[in-house]
Design a protein around this ligand. Structure first.
Ligand SMILES: [Ca+2]
Length: 211
């Protein structure tokens, strides 16, 4: 019985980190990193760091998106980073978002995740492979001043994938109405425990040697 217990314990230790690894850099916006690792852009808005943390932890914070009142709808604030991936593995993007109850913002907007896969290691536009559909985030009438968890569908990296550009987007749905959202504790991880689940019809990732 003792031997069996030890074997199970060692297997759990070996498999756990592979399954749970978050591929994002700075997913929790701890101070002093703040927005380090993220590249943000907006025409009618901005991304900034907020000291308000999803778990209320001192020394951490969140990413804040402000979309200013613009003449047309569909304005956005987008922050992205490029991460390494492996072809034919499945991935899930998740994170927490928050609509502050503030009379200065209308909050007719949405938070979305986007994933774009590339055939080189640097997310170069010339090697683009595919756009999985972005997951549309929740919006009011969801409760204001409350953190909400948003999880994407499982997405399989297309054949040839070496990197993915992960985007977090705050979207203004109605013209001339400013929107503010906070985002925290983001996660982009594979759900594939073993490389090559026999999808490609061969055993190239598996070895017959050893005990
Ligand atoms: Ca945080």
């Amino acid at each position: 019985m003792l031997r069996k217990t030890l074997i199970v314990g060692s297997l759990l230790m070996a498999a756990g980190p592979v399954f749970a690894q978050n591929l994002l850099v700075n997913p929790g916006f701890d101070d002093p990193d703040q927005l380090t690792g993220w590249t943000c852009e907006s025409i009618y808005g901005q991304a900034s760091w907020s000291s308000i943390d999803s778990l209320g932890l001192a020394g951490s914070g969140s990413m804040q998106h402000d979309v200013a009142a613009a003449l047309f709808n569909n304005e956005t604030v987008v922050c992205r980073q490029c991460v390494p991936v492996s072809e034919l593995r499945t991935y899930v993007m998740s994170g927490w978002h928050f609509w502050p109850d503030d009379p200065k913002v209308a909050q007719n907007g949405s938070v979305r995740w986007s994933m774009v896969f590339y055939g080189d290691t640097d997310c170069d536009p010339s090697s683009i492979l595919g756009f999985p559909p972005a997951t549309v985030g929740s919006r009011p009438p969801l409760a204001l001043d409350t953190w909400h968890h948003l999880v994407s569908d499982e997405i399989m990296a297309p054949a040839g994938s070496l990197s993915a550009r992960i985007g977090v987007i705050t979207w203004q749905d109605i013209a001339d109405e400013p929107v503010r959202a906070r985002l925290d504790d983001l996660d982009f991880s594979t759900t594939t425990v073993f490389r090559d689940g026999f999808e490609t019809g061969n055993l190239t990732e598996w070895s017959a040697s050893g005990p």
